[in-house]
Design a protein around this ligand. Structure first.
Ligand code: F0G
Length: 469
């Protein structure tokens, strides 16, 4: 583990109610809410939120069972800097079973943690509920982010909820329609930049450094505090269902904020004694082939990630060439024994369709997790006895154009019942015929006479009892 990712440091004098910030590069510590700060004053390294007391399962919700207490981000407030935040509310997303895909991929267990079921349709809400609460604490009035879309939708909604002005910088023409619509309706000021996401992030960082706005990209360490509750929910729910923790979590990677947040979740659970080292799931990152700098770094064994200037993928949410959280996320992938893999746009679309066939509607970037799992299984890098959770990060409706492209085409029909009947007639039995056939099959079953006899018996008993009254 790199020097300052261990959580065993003593509480520094700058701590506020047991909470402080530590630079993961040089170990310098800072007060959490005295000033506006995103990176280390001394070396510009990434900051991490640290706590004097780390909670374990019993400290969460009403006693640590996923069935008890409210389900959502603030259920885990014992592991967050505040008791409550600016909330819509968020978290408590489903951990779907997908039996057909599980069989086809060939793993012991496959569950889908569908983060598209958050209030604005992506996992970003978990970070914003904490981030906007911190913005209130430090007393800023204007919030800003660069975004491939989902962060801007979440910031706009949570900023509106918190009564704050919001400014979002988007790569022009590269953001899915649903996300721009959300930012627009929630009242964000939308600046479309003639450049990619990484240029937008450069600019918004400059604006934040000049004090023009409070930065709520995942560089802001408080965002990741909210996002680490994805890991807490997965661990709690999976354990309640299966009596064990998942062996692996597969997730799409853009800025690598989520990967960093999950790694922090597992480090904290370890340090608190809530899980053993062997319980830590292997963090497995997936990127699109056209935007895969993290995969390159993992494959080449590099400690630093090379910035890709030209990036392209249909999964616009992860069209990112400079994953700013790499210094937190790369050690996470390595220390947990995970890996990273790149998938093609075609593989992403196929996975999106397969999830949709199980009723799970996700946007393209989200489907990258399943596409990556498949690829690693085919390559023999994941065993058939593994328990795997794939994270799907955003809802299908975020990117309606991609959904239309991946799905079937609407069929024009005349405004006439007979013509519609003719159009849909493919020779298969009608609903009435199917029901009648099932009915006659059921009548042949030995269960039916037994049920009828039982019913008659009960009716006789009932009448007898009434006549005796
Ligand atoms: N999946 C979706 C749907 C996303 O929107 C993002 C990031 C990711 C995965 C990657 O997550 O950055 O934590 O590795 N979207 C950001 C945005 C960049 O602006 O909405 P990460």
């Amino acid at each position: 583990m790199s020097a300052h990712l261990a959580l065993d440091e003593p509480e520094p004098a700058v701590a506020d109610d047991g909470v402080w910030l530590t630079c993961i590069e040089c170990g310098e510590t800072f007060a959490p809410f005295d000033d506006v700060r995103y990176t280390c004053d001394d070396c510009d390294g990434l900051l991490e939120v640290r706590y004097a007391d780390l909670p374990t399962w019993d400290d969460f919700g009403a006693g640590g069972s996923p069935e008890s207490g409210p389900y959502g981000v603030w259920r885990y407030s014992a592991g967050l800097p505040f008791e409550e935040g600016v909330s819509l509310p968020e978290g408590g997303t489903p951990l779907h079973y997908v039996p057909s895909i599980e069989d086809e991929v060939g793993v012991n267990n496959l569950r889908i943690k569908h983060e598209g079921m958050n209030p604005t349709g992506s996992f970003k809400d978990r970070g914003m509920t904490v981030g906007v609460r911190v913005a209130k604490e430090v007393g800023v009035n204007r919030l800003a982010c660069a975004s491939t879309g989902n962060t801007s939708a979440a910031l706009a909604a949570y900023g509106a909820r918190g009564g704050m002005e919001t400014l979002v910088l988007l790569p022009a023409g590269k953001v899915a329609a649903g996300k721009v619509a959300q930012a627009s309706l929630h009242g964000a000021r939308i600046l479309e930049v003639d450049g990619n996401f990484d240029s937008c992030l450069d600019i918004v960082q400059d604006l934040a450094a000049r004090g023009e706005a409070y930065l709520l990209n995942s560089l802001n360490p408080f965002r990741l505090e909210g996002q680490k509750t994805i890991g807490l929910e997965i661990m709690e729910r999976f354990h309640a269902d299966e009596g064990t923790y998942p062996d692996r979590i597969v997730l799409p990677v853009g800025n690598a904020g989520n990967t960093a947040a999950l790694y922090k979740c597992f480090r904290e659970l370890r340090e608190a004694g809530a899980i053993d080292e062997s319980d830590v799931p292997k963090l497995t990152g997936v990127q699109a082939e056209g935007a895969a700098p993290m995969v390159e770094a993992v494959e080449e064994g590099n400690d630093e990630v090379r910035r890709w200037d030209d990036v392209e993928t249909r999964a616009t949410a992860i069209r990112i060439g400079n994953p700013v959280n790499a210094p937190k996320a790369l050690p996470g992938i390595r220390e947990t024994g995970g890996t990273a893999v790149a998938v093609s746009d075609e593989e992403i679309t196929e996975a999106q369709r397969d999830l949709a066939e199980e009723g799970v509607g996700v946007e393209p970037a989200s489907a990258a997790s399943l596409a990556g799992l498949r690829k690693l299984r085919d390559a023999g890098e994941i065993d058939d006895d593994e328990d795997v959770v794939c994270l799907t990060t955003g809802h299908l409706l975020k990117d309606p154009d991609a959904a239309y492209e991946a799905g079937g085409d609407p069929e024009p029909v005349p405004n006439d019942t007979e013509a519609v009947l003719e159009h849909i007639d493919d020779g298969s039995p009608s609903v009435f015929e199917t029901v009648r056939e099932q009915g006659s099959k059921a009548a042949d079953s030995p269960l039916i006479p037994a049920l009828v006899a039982g019913g008659l018996g009960l009716a006789y008993l009932y009448r007898k009892l009434r006549s005796e009254q």
